[in-house]
Structure formats: structure tokens, C-alpha cells
Design a protein around this ligand. Structure first.
Ligand code: ATP
Length: 784
């Protein structure tokens, strides 16, 4: 019978979170089997999810990696095997828990795609966990951006394949162009096990992965960039409170019209160009939203603080930023196909994941993926001291207090990790600290190559590390600065001679106290790593990830955020409400100030959720159509559907050709013809949907619901696409010389293709922006 405590706990659990009791019981019983399993020479896992299975997995990890999984890691494993997102705090050993569950799926004969956050982690985790998979008789592979198609195909044949989500998506997209089944790379998706599930499944969910082809330089608009550079904010143009949209004032409209000699009202094309240039000028900031490196604009991924490789904004905006920076426009090309990360991952019949911060996005995980969160307790209780925010009236007062605090803490030798909100701020802080004679180490999107090394040292005595959000994830910070994983957890260790893996507990083997351990103890006596945030993020999860760098595995540690009333979070999301008055030292001490900061953060989170929902409403239909097109394509690629269709439609032509060139040649030609037109029409359909979405605002002005309107038009357009494919295929079949190269007869596929991610539009959806813009322009016209 469940105890009262159990009942109360379950009652208090957040709605939608998973009851761990059955998993905990299984793990308890696994504990009873441990001694017996240790004696076995051969490890057979038995039925997945049973106590014996858990005991064998634990023993496998102990033998292969020298790490005996803690009970909580086994509970996490069971939760993932049951199809949930396991929330495990930073440093709790998610890599091992994830590998154990990947192995559990693989032992059931399923292929697992372990979705990593980046190439570095995909490779590191695959190599680190390789001995575990091998001891269980399983194979493992990894994919990185530089992997060849052959290497990728090989990696996908393994039981478990580690890869960044973008690589998986790009492979799926590239497979879209294949006309011979032997060239396919990605097998049918089975299980996705997603690391940092909140970030991939929620924050990046709406990012489209794009496959483009047939080069065409982007539209450069240098004159527009030069023109808007001369406009003044507040006078010629205004930016809304949330910093998400910008619009010309009546004065600005006049100035632009005079300068360009056009009537903006008559010329929507020019309005779009001016607005894009204004966006690039007023809303996107160098070293915050992007950096310029090697003569190119590199976007910064806001939630990770690192350069978002291969990402770009929607084309017009990308070109506008390039023009703003006086750089040549980068190539654009026609979009051949695109797929959002959410669409990609929803294509897996089974999905689960792990992260340090899932509860806060529990609602989205349920809504978009039907996933529940399992909150796994820590192995050792967290003793980190999280101080309340220190709130200041002005940014200046905050800066002074921040520098004083760093100075004071550093004087004791305590290691400090300072998290800034963007690259520019990390550089300013670096300068200010140097002016005080301190020697910080800076980690930001500009030097991310050194990340692992810098972070591994961040816990060393006397170290000051200034970092953007990138420090939040992936690399272990050890007190005393021991490099991550020197107990068996780095690539170097595990790619080496794995037969040397220790069989006992690492702790049992050390004799006496090493230098590293004594430094670790010193740092612990000083209070452990001290994390300081220079401002609250617009999502509490990002704050929690930063705090989570300290206090890992029961280590001592501390964290505090320095907030100012001038921070964007407050000016954008708590506008109209002012902070209570500050004391003479500039500090705001009333409780209401804390509430206001929390309120602003909740508003920001709500705004993001709304944008996500809205984007998904529009993309869902497109992705359903895409799935359908792909099913058709598969039938054509793998079977004789094309030949059957054309034989039925044009029996005489089919017979005549079969007699002259043979049935095989005709069948192959039919396949090529239908695939060509299907791909071509899909590309055209995507272009049509993009235009439709851009134009839908005009109907919104006519008081029709834009989403209904969109759906009303997109559905018949798709039906006519299918008719069109049929029509064009018949025409080609009728007229083409099927013995010659079909490419010479107008069926030319794109010669060059490339892939990229479209950075989520930072100002809300295109249609929302355009709507605001048009409404704004019309309002101003009426006033005139
Ligand atoms: N069962 C175990 N026994 C001993 N050490 C372990 C065990 N599990 C994990 N570790 C060690 O704990 C450290 C943290 O593991 P890992 O990097 O997987 O944590 P994490 O949960 O992914 O943290 P983060 O959220 O920061 O990425 C690593 O050095 C790893 O070797």
C-alpha cells in the first residue's frame, strides 16, 4: 500500500510530471541483485525495464567505464525508456544515463538517434560511451558537419548514432533529392533521444532547416542601408517597447519619400526594403545578435551564446544586415525543401530526452510532443547557496556593485564565473575588470574553440571567467580545476586503450590525497564556485542553467544575479511599472522589486510561447503536406508507382516505348520524370506558401482570420500541385526521348545544393511584423 508520504508527494507533483515510484522500486530491487550480477562472466541484459536489466546495465557501465551508475541515473534511464523527458540537474551524469537508455532501446532492436547539441558533444559522447555499448554487444557511431556521405551512411547503420540535430535534419533533407534508392543515407526514424531537450524541442523547435539550390546572389540594398543610417530614432522612426518592431514616423516617411523620389503608399516593394533596412539598422546589434568574422555576418544563437554556424535570417533581412555592414550579399538560391526541427523530431515514432531544466517548459513539451517530464532527484542534495537578486535602479549602479563584488570575492581566491547576456557585454566587463588590475578569462562566441579548456579550468583557485550563455552547458567544471572527466570521462581517455578501463570504483583506487584533491578541498572551503549573472535572461531556464554550473554533485557553490531597472527585460516586459525607490547606495531593497523582475520574466516567457504556438499553427499544415509528398516520393522511388500511373494514363505510348527500348528503361524513365516534377512542383509550392503567408495580412485587415485564410488557400493549392505533377509528367512522357539524357530535355536538377538553418525571426513572425507595418502606415496616412 502506498504510504501517506507517497500519496502527498504525488499529489504535490506538478501536473503532468511522471510518478517515479515504480521506477524507484525497480531500481531498489536491482540493488539487491548487484552482488550476484557482479559475479557473472557474461552480461545479458534480459527484459528491458526489469530489476535484472537495471542491475546488468549498472554492471556493464562499471566494467566498461569504471563508473557505477547511481540509483538516480538508473531511474532517469527507466524514465527515458518509458518515453519521458528526464529532468536531471547539471552535473548529475546525464551523459551516462542517456547512453544507458540508448542502449536499452538498442537492445530491443531499435535504432537510436542520440540528438546532441553540437558536433563536439556528439563525438565526445559517442567515444566516451563506446566501451559501454560494446560490452553490451552494441555498435555506436557519430556524425559531424565534415562527415562524408559514406561516413554518414555508415554511422546510421550503427545501433546508436550520435549527431547534432541540424546534421540529422540536413541528411533527411538531402535524401529528398535522391533518385536512386541506393543513394539514401538516413534510415526510417525509430527513436530520438534528445539531449538538452528543452533547448532543442522548445527553444529551437521552430527553426527551419533549409535545403537550397541553384545559386543566385541575394538582393543587395546598399542605398537603403546608407539611407536609414542617416535617420534618427524617435524622430524619423520609432521602436516598440519590446524592441521587436520598428516603424517610420510621418516625418520619417516624408524624408524617405523625398530621398528616394517615390510614394511609399504606391510602392509596397520599396516599403519592404526600407523596413528591412530599418530592422537591420535599429533592431539588430553587432556583437549582440551577430558578429562579423572573416568578412561575413555570423549569427549568434541567443540561447547558447555561440555562433550559429550555417544559420541565416530570412533572405531579405540577411541581405539588409550584410548591406548595413557594407559586406557583399551572400548567396541565397531557391529553397528546394525545408523542415522545422519540430517537424523533424515529430517524425520519430518514439521520442524521449533529458535536460537540467524541463519543468518550466512542461506545458510546451506536452502540447507539441505529447511528452511528460520526470523530475529525477539529485544523487547528492544540492547545497548551492542561491542568493536573492541584487537589484539596482540604474545600470551604472549595478556595474559598480558588480565590480566591487568580483573584487571582494576574488581577493579570497574563490573561483568566479560571470555569465553575461551577450558578447558585447562580456567584452566591456573584461575591460572594466582589467582596469581594476584583474585578469579575467573571456569566453564568448568569438573564441568558442577554446571553450572546453577554459570551462574545465573555471573552477580553479583564483580564476575569474567571463562567459556568455555558452558556459551553461556541456562541459564539466570541477572544483580545483581538474580537467573534466579525468576519472575516465574524456575523449582522450576513452579513445585510447579502453581495455585499460578500471574495474573498480575510481575512489577505491586512489592512495592518499593528490595535489588536485587538496586544491579541490581549498576551493570547497572558500565556498566553491561562485556564479554571478550580470542580468536575468528572458527565460528562467537560462538563469537556472547558469546557476547550475556551481554546486554540482553536492559540491559547495553559490549564485547571484545583478539586475538593473534599465535592463531590457524590465524595460521591454514590465514597461509602465516602475521599480520601487532605491536606497542612497543605489540598491532597491523592497520585495516588490523582486516580484517585478519575476513578473517581467514570466511575461517574456509567455510572449515566446505565443510566438512558438503561432509559428507552429502555420507550419503544421505545410509539414503535413510535406509528409504526404514524401510518402508519394517514397512509393515512386522504391516501387513502380510512376510506371503504373503513366501506363494507365498513356497506355499506347507506354506499350510503344516498351517495345522499342525495353520495359526496364521505360520504368526507370517514368521514375525520373515523376520525381523531377514532384520535386519541382514542391519547390514551387513552398514559394507559393511563403508568398501566401507574407500576403495574408491584407486579409487580416479585411477582418478575416489570417490562419483560417491561410489554410483555406493552402489546402487546394496542394491538391492542384498533385494534379500539376500528373499533368507535367504526362506531357514529358509523351514528348521526351527516354533513351537520351533527360537532363538535356529540360529535366535538369539543381547542380549545387547547400543547407542552412533560418534563424528564427527575432521580431516575431513575418506576418505579424508586416501586419503592424501596414496598419501603422495606413493609420499615418489617415492622419495626414
Ligand atoms: N555514476 C558515476 N560515477 C562517477 N562519476 C560519474 C558518474 N556519472 C557521471 N559521472 C561524472 O560526473 C561528471 C558529470 O557528468 P555529465 O557531464 O554527464 O553531467 P551532465 O549531467 O551532463 O552535466 P551538464 O548538464 O553540465 O552537461 C562527469 O565527469 C562524469 O564522469
Amino acid at each position: 500500500m502506498a504510504s501517506v508520504a507517497d500519496f502527498v508527494r504525488r499529489f504535490l507533483d506538478r501536473p503532468g510530471s511522471v510518478d517515479l515510484t515504480p521506477f524507484q522500486r525497480t531500481v531498489e530491487r536491482a540493488g539487491e541483485l548487484e552482488a550476484e550480477v557482479r559475479e557473472r562472466t557474461e552480461l545479458r541484459a534480459g527484459e528491458v525495464g526489469t530489476p535484472e536489466f537495471c542491475a546488468v546495465m549498472r554492471e556493464a557501465a562499471r566494467r566498461a567505464l569504471g563508473q557505477r551508475p547511481f540509483d538516480v541515473q538508473l531511474v532517469g534511464m527507466l524514465a527515458m525508456l518509458d518515453g519521458h523527458v528526464a529532468q536531471m540537474a547539471t552535473g548529475e551524469g546525464k551523459t551516462l544515463a542517456g547512453a544507458l537508455s540508448a542502449a536499452g532501446f538498442a537492445l530491443q532492436g531499435k535504432h537510436v538517434h542520440a540528438v546532441s547539441v553540437n558536433d563536439y558533444l556528439a563525438r565526445r559522447d559517442a567515444e566516451w560511451m563506446r566501451p559501454l555499448f560494446e560490452i553490451l554487444g552494441l555498435t555506436v557511431g557519430w556524425i559531424s558537419e565534415t562527415s562524408t556521405r559514406e561516413e554518414r551512411r555508415d554511422a546510421y547503420t550503427k545501433d546508436v548514432t550520435y549527431a547534432a540535430v541540424s546534421e540529422l535534419g540536413f541528411d533527411v533533407l538531402r535524401d529528398r533529392l535522391v533518385t536512386d534508392p541506393a543513394e539514401l543515407v538516413v534510415p526510417t526514424p525509430q527513436v530520438a533521444l534528445v539531449d538538452e531537450a528543452d533547448s532543442v524541442l522548445v527553444d529551437e523547435a521552430r527553426v527551419p532547416l533549409v535545403l537550397a539550390g541553384a545559386a543566385d546572389p541575394g538582393t543587395a540594398v546598399p542605398e537603403m542601408a546608407a539611407l536609414v543610417r542617416r535617420l534618427s530614432r524617435g524622430y524619423h522612426y520609432k521602436v516598440d517597447q519590446e524592441g521587436r518592431s520598428v516603424f517610420l514616423t510621418a516625418k520619417g516617411t516624408d524624408t524617405v519619400e523625398k530621398a528616394l523620389g517615390v510614394d511609399l503608399y504606391q510602392d509596397p516593394g520599396v516599403v519592404t526594403e526600407v523596413n528591412l533596412a530599418l530592422h537591420a539598422h535599429a533592431l539588430l546589434t553587432r556583437d549582440v545578435d551577430y558578429i562579423v568574422r572573416d568578412g561575413r555576418v555570423h549569427l549568434i544563437n541567443q540561447s547558447r551564446g555561440r555562433v550559429a554556424l550555417l544559420q541565416r535570417w530570412p533572405d531579405g533581412l540577411q541581405a539588409a544586415v550584410e548591406a548595413k555592414e557594407k559586406l557583399p550579399a551572400s548567396e541565397t538560391g531557391e529553397i528546394l525543401d525545408s523542415l522545422t526541427i519540430q517537424g523533424l523530431l515529430r517524425g520519430y515514432p518514439e521520442i524521449c530526452g533529458m535536460t537540467g531544466t524541463a519543468v518550466a517548459v512542461g506545458e510546451q513539451l506536452r502540447e507539441f510532443y505529447d511528452l511528460k517530464v520526470a523530475v529525477i532527484p539529485p544523487n547528492k542534495p544540492c547545497v548551492r547557496a542561491d542568493e536573492p537578486d541584487r537589484i539596482f535602479a540604474t545600470a551604472e549602479a549595478r556595474q559598480e556593485a558588480l565590480l566591487d563584488e568580483i573584487d571582494a570575492q576574488h581577493a579570497t581566491g574563490r573561483p568566479i564565473l560571470i555569465g553575461t547576456l551577450d558578447v558585447a557585454e562580456s567584452e566591456r566587463l573584461d575591460e572594466a575588470l582589467r582596469a581594476r588590475g584583474l585578469r579575467p578569462v573571456v569566453l564568448n562566441a568569438k573564441n568558442d574553440a577554446e571553450e572546453a579548456a577554459i570551462i574545465a579550468r573555471a573552477g580553479a583557485l583564483g580564476t575569474i571567467t567571463v562567459s556568455t550563455q555558452m558556459a551553461g552547458r556541456g562541459t564539466d567544471i570541477r572544483l580545483g580545476g581538474r580537467p573534466a572527466g579525468d576519472d575516465g570521462g574524456t575523449i582522450e581517455d576513452s579513445t585510447g586503450d579502453s581495455s585499460g578501463a578500471s574495474l573498480g570504483d575510481p575512489a577505491e583506487e586512489s592512495v592518499g590525497e593528490s595535489v588536485a584533491e587538496s586544491t579541490e578541498r581549498n576551493v570547497a572551503d572558500l565556498g566553491g564556485l561562485y556564479v554571478i549573472g550580470t542580468g536575468r535572461h528572458d527565460s528562467s531556464r537560462l538563469d537556472d542553467q547558469l546557476r547550475g554550473r556551481a554546486g554540482r554533485q553536492g559540491d559547495p557553490g553559490g549564485s547571484v544575479f545583478f539586475v538593473s531597472g534599465e535592463d531590457e527585460l524590465l524595460t521591454a516586459y514590465a514597461a509602465g511599472e516602475s521599480l520601487p525607490g532605491a536606497d542612497p547606495d543605489g540598491v532597491v531593497r523592497q520585495k516588490r522589486a523582486e516580484d517585478l523582475v519575476a513578473h517581467a520574466q514570466r511575461v517574456a516567457e509567455g510572449v515566446n510561447l505565443e510566438i512558438h504556438r503561432n509559428t507552429w499553427r502555420y507550419t503544421r499544415l505545410m509539414e503535413e503536406q510535406r509528409t504526404h509528398v514524401l510518402e508519394l516520393r517514397d512509393r515512386v522511388l522504391h516501387g513502380d508507382a510512376a510506371a503504373e500511373a503513366l501506363r494507365t494514363a498513356l497506355p499506347d505510348r507506354f506499350r510503344e516505348l516498351s517495345e522499342t527500348v525495353g520495359a526496364d528503361v521505360v520504368e526507370q524513365a517514368c521514375r525520373q520524370i515523376v520525381l523531377f516534377h514532384l520535386d519541382r512542383c514542391w519547390t514551387e509550392h513552398l514559394g507559393y506558401l511563403a508568398d501566401l503567408r507574407e500576403g495574408i495580412h491584407l486579409r487580416a485587415l479585411g477582418r478575416l482570420n489570417p490562419l483560417d485564410e491561410f489554410n483555406r488557400e493552402a489546402a487546394p493549392a496542394y491538391r492542384s500541385l498533385l494534379d500539376e505533377v500528373e499533368q507535367r509528367s504526362k506531357e514529358t512522357f509523351e514528348t521526351a526521348d527516354v533513351t537520351a539524357d533527360l537532363a538535356d530535355q529540360g529535366l535538369k536538377r539543381p547542380t549545387a545544393t547547400w543547407t542552412y538553418l533560418v534563424q528564427d525571426n527575432p521580431f516575431g513572425s513575418d506576418w505579424e511584423r508586416i501586419l503592424q507595418r501596414v496598419a501603422g502606415t495606413l493609420k499615418r496616412r489617415r492622419k495626414k
